[in-house]
Design a protein around this ligand. Structure first.
Ligand code: HEM
Ligand code: HEM
Length: 215
């Protein structure tokens, strides 16, 4: 298999892989608080796997959304379990990302030369919240509906651009079926694509700059 790949793609990729595989973890980063970023990533992967499974049965229309959730909970094999994992891991991810941010702040790792990675981190934080916010509307029950009304209303309170942002998020002046479509597209297409892009950038910068030294 290895020979087959080398014949076709040369040895450059092997060296890159060896470098990644054999890169030692610096002793000061063996502290468990340095695991929080990786754990945030793990919870994201769990969300991606369980989310894709949910998307096989979930239907994003006002007529069918709630019924499809009931179907997932009552008829689909392991459906209730998969939905619970998606629910709990969503909360855990928000908690972990905050703790990771606190670790980075506590160890002063946001300072030169890592300012830009802190900025990417802030975007990742907002992205995580946006995942939670858009996912919450999807069951299309009373709690989901009113949480989205209030959430988008708060968005509308931002000076100058707020009203336009609210209309953009709602797909009109009120929370309607267009809002459900928008939140669904954001939740399963736009946000995951942005997450892959920003996490790729975040990890690349960590590797290029190395993990920050001890205090
Ligand atoms: C989805 C969200 C995020 C993921 C998956 C993630 C992942 C990671 C990972 C795996 C590392 C390597 C070291 C470690 O694990 O502590 C790291 C480092 C770092 N992260 Fe994050 N991160 C996220 C969000 C954030 C946020 C919200 C901030 C700050 C606002 C941030 C700022 C940084 C910085 C500055 C470093 C370099 C730290 C150093 O060199 O010591 N990250 N991130
Ligand atoms: C990455 C790919 C993802 C996909 C394909 C996906 C897909 C879905 C689908 C189809 C639903 C509707 C089913 C339901 O409401 O139970 C849902 C709900 C939800 N998602 Fe995701 N999701 C993803 C990532 C995430 C992430 C990263 C978070 C949070 C940080 C998140 C938070 C939520 C929440 C809070 C709900 C509502 C759960 C509930 O009804 O109890 N999702 N997601």
């Amino acid at each position: 298999m290895k020979a087959w790949l080398i014949e076709r793609f040369g040895t450059g990729w092997l060296e890159t892989w060896k470098e990644i595989k054999e890169h030692p973890v610096p002793p000061h980063a063996l502290n468990p608080i340095y695991c929080l970023g990786g754990l945030t990533f793990l919870s994201f992967l769990i969300q991606a796997v369980t989310g894709i499974i949910l998307a096989l049965y979930y239907r994003p229309t006002p007529e069918e959304a709630y019924a499809s959730i009931q179907f997932i909970m009552e008829q689909v094999s392991f459906g209730a379990m998969i939905r619970s994992v998606h629910h709990y891991a969503a909360n855990i991810m928000v908690l972990l990302v905050m703790l990771h941010m606190l670790r980075v702040f506590y160890t002063g790792s946001f300072k030169k030369p890592r300012e830009l990675n802190w900025v990417v981190g802030v975007l990742l934080y907002l992205l995580t919240l946006a995942f939670g916010f858009t996912g919450y509307l999807l069951p299309w029950d009373q709690v989901a509906y009113w949480a989205s009304v209030v959430g988008t209303e708060i968005m509308g309170g931002i000076p100058v651009i707020g009203k336009y942002l609210m209309i953009l998020a709602r797909g009109g002046l009120k929370v309607t079926e267009f809002t459900l479509t928008r939140f669904y597209v954001a939740h399963v297409i736009i946000l995951p694509l942005l997450a892959i892009l920003l996490m790729g950038l975040h990890f690349l910068m960590v590797r290029l700059q190395g993990i920050s030294e001890e205090l």
